[in-house]
Design a protein around this ligand. Structure first.
Ligand code: KG4
Ligand code: ZN
Length: 334
C-alpha cells in the first residue's frame, strides 16, 4: 500500500548513552539501518558508576543534537520521519523519561504514530540489521544490566528460559577489569588484555555445573578472580582465564537451551555480544548465530527503530501517548 519506504526514528536514553537511529522499512518488509548516532556520557567516570541525575541532565542537553546528527547521517529532514519509537523501559526512570517525552513530542508535532519500545526487545532486534529475523529463535541478551535467555516462538512473544542469578555478564567483565586495574568499560579492556594472557594460568571453574535448567551465574568467577588477584596473578592472565570461562559457560548453556527448545537460530545481543571470543565460539557452533551489526551491540537508538519497524510490520497498534517510563519491566509474557 505504501509505495515508498517507511522511515522510523528510534530513541534510547535508558542509561548513560543518548542514542538516536533511523531505519527504513521497505514495502516488501525489508529493514535497513540508515543512521545510528550515540553520545556516550563520560561524566560518570570519576564516580565508578552511573549517576542517575547526571545522566538525565546530559540526555536533556544532548537529545536534540544527537537527533539532528542521526537525521543528517540518514540524509533526511525531520519531516521525512513517518514513525517514532522510543524506549519506555526498563532503565533509569529519569533518563528514560527524556527520550520518551522527546519521542512522544516529536510524534505528536509531526502527526505520526508512536511506538513505546522495550529495551531488551530493542537489543534483540539489533540483530535484524544483519539478517532477516523471523521466529522461531532463541535470544541471548548479554549486557551490563541483563543476562537473559528467551525463547521466541512467534513475533512479539517472549518466553524466559534462563537468567542470571547474580551479576549480569557485562557487569562481571566490568568488575573484574576494575579489580585487575584494566580500566572501564571492562568488556573491551578484558578482551584486549586476554590476547596477551595465558588462559591456563588461573583456574576458573564452570559455574552451575550439572544444572538441568538454563540459568547463569558470575559470582563464582568473580570470587575466583578476586582470590587469584590477591595471590598475585597477572591482569592479562586473569582476563584470559575469565574470558574463556565466561564465553564457554554462555555458549554451553545457550546450546543446551537451543537443543531443548528445538531452535537452530540463536540471536546473541547486548554489549557483551561485541566480544570477539564469544562471536568466534558461536560462529564455530552448530547453531545459526546472528549478532547485531557494528555499533549496534551496546545501547543505541537504531535498535529501538528496528524494534519499531518489526512492530509495525507485524501490525501491532501504536502506543498511546499516555505511555509512561518504567524502571522494571519484564519482557517475557508467557
Ligand atoms: O548493552 P550495553 O551497552 O548496556 C546495557 O544495557 O547494560 O552493555 C554494556 C556492557 C558493559 O558491561 C561492557 O563491559 C560490555 O557491555 N561490553 C563487552 C564488550 N564490549 C562491551 N563485554 C565483553 N566484551 C566486549 N568486547
Ligand atoms: Zn542495554
Amino acid at each position: 500500500m505504501n509505495a515508498r519506504p517507511t522511515r522510523i526514528l528510534g530513541i534510547d536514553t535508558s542509561c548513560d548513552d543518548t542514542g538516536v537511529g533511523v531505519v527504513e522499512l521497505a514495502p516488501d518488509g525489508g529493514i535497513r539501518v540508515l543512521a545510528n548516532r550515540v553520545w556516550s556520557q563520560t561524566i560518570h567516570a570519576s564516580y565508578g558508576g552511573v549517576m542517575p541525575e547526571l545522566a538525565s541532565r546530559e540526555h536533556v542537553e544532548r537529545i536534540d543534537a544527537v537527533t539532528g546528527d542521526a537525521l543528517a547521517e540518514a540524509g533526511l529532514t525531520v519531516e521525512d520521519v513517518d514513525v517514532v519509537a522510543a524506549t519506555s523501559g526498563p532503565g533509569l526512570v529519569g533518563a528514560l523519561l527524556v527520550g520518551l517525552m522527546y519521542g512522544k513530542g516529536l510524534a505528536q508535532a509531526l502527526g505520526v504514530p508512536f511506538y513505546a519500545a522495550h529495551h531488551l526487545e530493542g537489543h534483540i532486534f539489533a540483530a535484524a540489521s544483519e539478517a532477516e529475523l523471523r521466529p522461531p529463535y532463541l535470544a541471548l541478551v548479554v549486557s551490563g544490566g541483563h543476562t537473559h535467555l528467551f525463547d521466541v516462538p512467534r513475533e512479539g512473544e517472549y518466553v524466559l528460559v534462563g537468567a542470571t542469578r547474580d551479576d549480569a555478564a557485562g557487569e562481571a567483565f566490568d568488575k573484574i577489569a576494575r579489580l585487575a586495574g584494566l580500566g572501564y568499560p571492562g568488556g573491551p579492556a578484558i578482551s584486549e588484555a586476554a590476547q596477551r594472557g595465558d588462559p591456563e594460568a588461573v583456574p576458573f571453574k564452570e559455574p552451575l555445573k550439572g544444572q538441568k535448567g538454563f540459568d547463569f551465574s558470575f559470582s563464582g568467577l568473580k570470587t575466583a578472580a578476586l582470590l587469584a588477584h590477591r595471590a598475585g596473578a597477572r591482569p592479562e592472565d586473569l582476563a584470559a582465564g575469565f574470558e574463556r570461562a565466561a564465553v564457554s559457560f554462555l555458549l554451553k548453556t545457550t546450546l543446551r537451551a537451543a537443543q531443548a527448545h528445538g531452535r537452530d537460530t540463536v540471536v546473541v545481543s547486548g554489549g557483551v555480544a561485541a566480544n570477539r571470543a564469544l562471536r568466534e565460539a558461536f560462529a564455530a557452533s552448530p547453531v545459526r548465530a546472528v549478532f547485531p551489526g557494528q555499533g549496534l551491540n551496546t545501547d543505541n537508538g537504531a535498535m529501538i527503530a528496528l524494534a519499531g519497524a518489526a512492530a509495525l510490520r507485524a501490525g501491532r497498534p501504536p502506543s498511546p501517548l499516555s505511555e509512561g517510563a518504567v524502571a522494571y519491566a519484564p519482557l517475557a509474557n508467557a
